[in-house]
Design a binder for this molecule. Sequence first.
Ligand code: ADP
Length: 591
Amino acid sequence: MFRSLHMKLVLIMVLLIVSLMTVVGAFLINSVAGFYTREFYSQMADVFNEDQSLYRDLSESTGEEEDSVAMIRDVLRGYAGALGIDSRTRNYYILDGETARYLGGSDDENGPTLEITPNLTAALAGQYGSRSDPSADYMDVALPLERGGESYIIYIRDNRQTVQLLNAQLFTLIVEALFFGLVISVLLSFLLSKTMINPIEKLTAGARRVAAGDFSSKLEVASRDEIGVLTGTFNEMARQLQDTIREVENERNKLGTLFLYMTDGVVAFSRDGAVIHSNPAAEEMLGRSIPIGGEVGYTDLFGDVAPLEEVLGVEGSLSAERQAGERSLELLLAPFSGEGQGGVLVVVHDVTEQRKTEEMRREFVANVSHELRTPLTNIRSYAETLADSAGSLPPETEKNFLGVILNESDRMTHIVQDLLTLSRFDSGRSELRLAPFSFEAAIRDIYNANLMEAQRHGHTVRLELEPGLPQIVGDRERILQVMMNVVSNAIKYTPDGGQILLSAGRTGERVWMEVADNGIGIPKADRGRIFERFYRVDKARSRESGGTGLGLSIAKEIIDRHQGTIALVDREGPGTTIRIELNIGGPDHGT
Ligand code: ADP
């Protein structure tokens, strides 16, 4: 009932008025009683002062035998005004000085039955009794008097009725004042609560709207008092909160987008191992869907790498590698902590390419050393034999040996040159010298250059060119090097007496050239790898014919640089067909 501020305010006002009126009433009633008592005793003291005429009048004796009581009564009657005697509330009594018996006075009704009060006892003992007893319901003074040899007591007694009457009136007055005060205070508190509580209610409504996420409305600052300041502060707080929420949302969106499009997979788990976040890259790499809060948890996904408790206790991160089918995945597991939350974050990085490259590099280094070691061993053994024999060998044999040494060193030079060419391509130091040249003339040059060699092997070489082949833009020397390599391969890998066809044409903005032979062909399993460095189908045969296994890889580098293509043509029948395509306009002019 007293929950609302309205009611609290009313209650406070009521309590305030009631307590105020109670205190004021108590003080008033008390002081009225006190005042009356003090007034009584000081009045009595004044009248009964020995210097006063009353005392003299009473003590004086006329000398004649007369009725003393009547005389005293007369004197007292004369002083009735000064003593405040009214026969109703205040009376005088003339008592016997020895027995306190009632001899006469203004109250014959109660006079004979007067009780002996402490003041009367004092007067009986000859003392003036004027002690006030606040607890008694009367006030009295008793004056002993000697007259004509007789002793009397003049006793004045007030039954306090006046005070009681006054107090009763005062009480009624206070109760009435209290009632009106209460009515006014209740009205006032309602009025006050309107002016004070309305802004607070508005503030409460505003706070509710903000709590529900609505920051649009601003509260009006209607006053400059504490509530006005509070409203202003509230507006400022709401604005700051909105800014902060916007910032956090922005950050979250940024992070969300980052997670969505990043190439690394990210999966976050809560402390109990449930998925709380995962991105598409993670699902793709792990090859399964990872729903948030779904059945799949940490143990299913990474339990084999390390138990969740172990990762949660790790300082920094744990890393591991895992093979998933063809893929090599690098896993990074790290704990993260938030207020009372935290969990484990797993980053999945696809290192397949990296591992492949590393493997290729290792293979390449092994191949280079092997390729260089073979001719070196040959040179060394022939040179040793020559040195050991010291001219004892027939000149014919010596010549042969020297021929082998020369051949092998030529081979080494070839390999080193090819390696240099490749390394220039790799480091980007080899610039293409682009210029327009006739594609047809280049093919004819290659045809002519290889004709003798082909004829030596009894091959028939045919040239089939579409009419009107255009000029193309490219590095003529390098393109000739590629054509040369492909044609000489056709000659090399075709048994004597074979057929070789050089054809060329144009499709759209590109020109093409194909070199087809009916030689030993390339087995299906090796087709994908012949453009790799040092890859050879038949190592012995290649070496025999002076091959290094680098020719086609250099050719591919050159053609790639021209943004063209070089590939094996999948064709039925024996032999091999290699097709080269180039942009007519050169690199950067592809369709
Ligand atoms: P190589 O110097 O050994 O000829 P290449 O890089 O030019 O090296 O060729 C790589 C391998 O591809 C060769 O060793 C060979 O096994 C195979 N090859 C290339 N051209 C042909 C072809 N016309 N017929 C059969 N096999 C070929």
